[in-house]
Ligand binder design. Structure first.
Ligand code: NAD
Length: 491
């Protein structure tokens, strides 16, 4: 079997929502495609007791709709084992060590272990340390990899503390910090679009680009996640991680080669050259919002579990600039929010107009508009380029045409789910699509002053209506620079 690596997966939070809804189907897809060695085992851990058989039922139900036959789902589930484990009890790790060693031997796994911590973040550091302290890590030369779910801290200080505790047990190249946006097909396409097309690569700088817009728009509200979300907000939940990662791929310089460490080097370099804001900068360059009610939708403050005087942000828009020769003053506008007009993620790259418009200089009504390159990330991948051509006919007018490529059903079908791709990368030991500590640190340092300002000043909330694209102040943020959001005008 090619490219397959045998390993034992130890999944903390084995009965959790993420595991059942996303992780098991993703591992199953790798299994079906032959990208997982048939010699693998998964040990699921959780507090509530289950027998191996009961656990395998959970797994079978989770992968059933992806299976070609009942036997296939059953064979897959037969690799799954369950252990009652309370991560707060040191004595439980001895049993874990024994189970790992037994499964290693039974499946001939060469000591390769992936520890995936899919639990509440307060447990991340504790689990990493206990794995090392209680000698659950293999010691025969096999790999030990640690996978950490989000959120990675709630500010720079807590993230640094968490990172220090992970580093006490694992080296940076053994730590895989999940940002599932990095597993998305079109996010991975950003470097390809930039660096494999000389025509695009040549103009990817402040001389030709007027501004870049990144939008992560959700149409749902807070749903059942109020407990977590009200202490996080859109800035921490969507901007610090996913949005900043997308921005780094858009802004970085060309890596020396397309291997993980070189890509990380460039991402870190560009994130560290952001113009970091003080309180005044945060006030000027960031907009927060919270959704109110509409005829068919509750206000955020009326949602279950949300305090009626919550000042939590469900919407963020911001302006970023980089202190690099490539970018000069070119603004990157970012926004993300809940209960917006639609669910989608896209990048709009707005190019400058010609330095001289020879058509209007000649007295013609030229009507030239900015070229716009749009990268559609969700729900359907694609790319479009808007350019000016002459309008057909006798007179002289220009019109905007759209060269567009949208992923068809056949291609969408073969695009792997983000978690499937990320699991495969973990097995290969490829950290390209995971956030490095330096990237996470720079992103926290950038958003911290904004959060601090918002924690200490009272907003005028609610300030946007469900089904719109957020508060008016977000439009004003761009209008101040003479710019405007490409979406929704160009849907
Ligand atoms: P969950 O609450 O559904 O599951 C938590 C799991 O942890 C359960 O299996 C539970 O038994 C186990 N657990 C709790 N306390 C324990 C203890 N003391 N010892 C051992 N096991 C214990 O959580 P979830 O939604 O699956 O989220 C898991 C992680 O994934 C979190 O970090 C979350 O932020 C992240 N995440 C989840 C989603 C999602 O869609 N659910 C999306 C993105 C990120």
């Amino acid at each position: 079997m090619t490219n397959a690596t045998r390993a034992l997966f130890v999944l903390f939070g084995g009965t959790g929502d993420l595991a059942v809804r996303k992780l098991y189907p993703s591992i199953f897809n790798l299994y079906k495609k032959g990208l997982l060695d048939t010699k693998f085992a998964l040990l699921g851990l959780a507090r509530k007791p289950l027998s191996n058989e009961e656990f395998r039922e959970v797994v079978k139900n989770s992968v059933e709709k992806h299976a070609e036959s009942q036997e296939q789902a059953e064979e897959f589930a037969s690799h799954f084992y369950f252990e009652v484990h309370d991560v707060t009890k040191a004595e439980d790790y001895e049993k874990l060590r024994n189970n790992c060693n037994e499964l290693d031997e039974k499946y001939d796994l060469n000591g390769n272990r992936v520890f995936y911590v899919s639990m509440a973040p307060r447990f991340f550091g504790m689990v990493a340390n206990d794995l090392k302290k209680q000698r659950v890590l293999s010691e025969n030369g096999g790999f030990n990899r640690l996978v950490i779910e989000k959120p990675f801290g709630k500010d720079y200080e807590s993230a640094e503390e968490l990172n220090n505790s992970l580093n006490a047990a694992f080296d940076e190249d053994q730590i895989f910090r999940i940002d599932h946006y990095l597993g998305k097909e079109m996010v991975q396409d950003i470097p390809v679009i930039r660096f494999s097309n000389p025509m695009i690569n040549a103009v990817w700088n402040h001389n030709y680009i007027e501004n870049i817009q990144v939008t992560l728009s959700e149409s749902l509200g807070v749903e059942e996640r109020a407990g977590y979300y009200d202490t996080a907000g859109a800035l921490r939940d969507m901007i610090q991680n996913h949005t900043m990662q997308i921005v780094s791929l858009l802004a970085m310089d060309e890596p020396q080669s397309f291997v993980d460490q070189n890509i990380r080097t460039e991402k870190v370099k560009v994130l560290q050259s952001l113009n970091f804001y003080d309180e005044n900068g945060a006030k000027e360059n960031f907009v927060r919002g919270q959704y109110g009610e509409s005829s068919d939708s509750k206000a955020y403050r009326d949602e279950d579990g949300v305090p009626e005087d919550s000042i939590n942000n469900t919407y963020v828009a911001g302006k970023l600039t980089f202190n690099t020769p490539r970018w000069g003053n070119t603004p990157f506008y970012i926004r993300s929010g809940k209960k917006l007009a639609d669910k989608f993620t896209r990048v709009d790259v707005v190019f400058k107009q010609p330095v001289v418009d020879i058509f209007s200089n000649s007295g013609l009504e030229s009507g030239i508009t900015n070229n716009v390159l749009t990268i559609y990330i969700d729900p359907r991948g694609g790319v479009s380029f808007k350019m000016n051509v002459k309008d057909a006919g006798q007179g002289f007018h220009t019109e905007k045409v759209d060269l567009s490529y949208l992923e068809n059903d056949a291609r969408a079908e073969v695009v792997p789910e983000p978690y499937e791709r990320l699991f495969h990368d973990i097995l290969k030991g490829d950290v390209t699509n995971f956030a490095s500590w330096q990237e996470v640190a720079a992103a926290w340092k950038f958003v911290d002053p904004v959060q601090k300002l918002w924690d200490t000043t009272k907003p005028d909330f609610p300030n946007y209506t469900p089904g719109t694209m957020g508060p008016k102040a977000a439009d004003d943020l761009l209008a101040r620079d003479g710019h405007k959001w490409v979406y929704p005008e160009d849907k």
